[in-house]
Design a protein around this ligand. Structure first.
Ligand SMILES: [Fe+2]
Length: 130
């Protein structure tokens, strides 16, 4: 199949309101640069970022479902599932933080710290300024 130029590629593109370009094909839309120019580690990083986003979305979806569910057993199952999503999110995040020292330093200075979150963020920024 020839690579599409600018414009709609997928039959679902108009439904999804997505404009697929030759570098933005379905299934690889986590890339913002031409995929063939990205190294394998950068591609893996992009996949893990996408996974992190999806886990966060799942956490949000379960939060909303749990808040409106009336059936206690169904609610319990969703709470259990949301807990699994917390674990997936944590693993994805840890993987990413092991790849980015600056990000890890910032997280160490913001997460699980008492006090004002914004001030902690400002202090964390000072730690990574060049
Ligand atoms: Fe998950």
């Amino acid at each position: 199949m020839p690579k599409p130029e600018r414009g709609i590629f997928s039959p679902y593109a108009s439904i999804l309101k997505v404009n697929y370009t030759k570098y933005n094909l379905m299934g690889f839309d986590q890339y913002h640069e031409p995929a063939e120019e990205l190294s394998q580690p950068v591609r893996t990083f992009a996949r893990m970022i996408k996974s992190l986003i999806e886990e966060a979305e799942a956490i949000d979806w379960y939060e909303q479902r749990i808040s409106v569910e009336k059936d206690k057993q169904a609610k319990k199952i969703m709470e259990n599932t949301q807990k699994e999503e917390f674990i997936h999110f944590a693993m994805d995040l840890e993987f990413l933080l092991r790849k980015k020292d600056k990000w890890r330093t910032i997280m160490k200075n913001v997460l699980f710290k008492a006090g004002d979150i914004v001030k902690n963020g400002e202090k964390a920024e000072e730690k990574v300024e060049d």
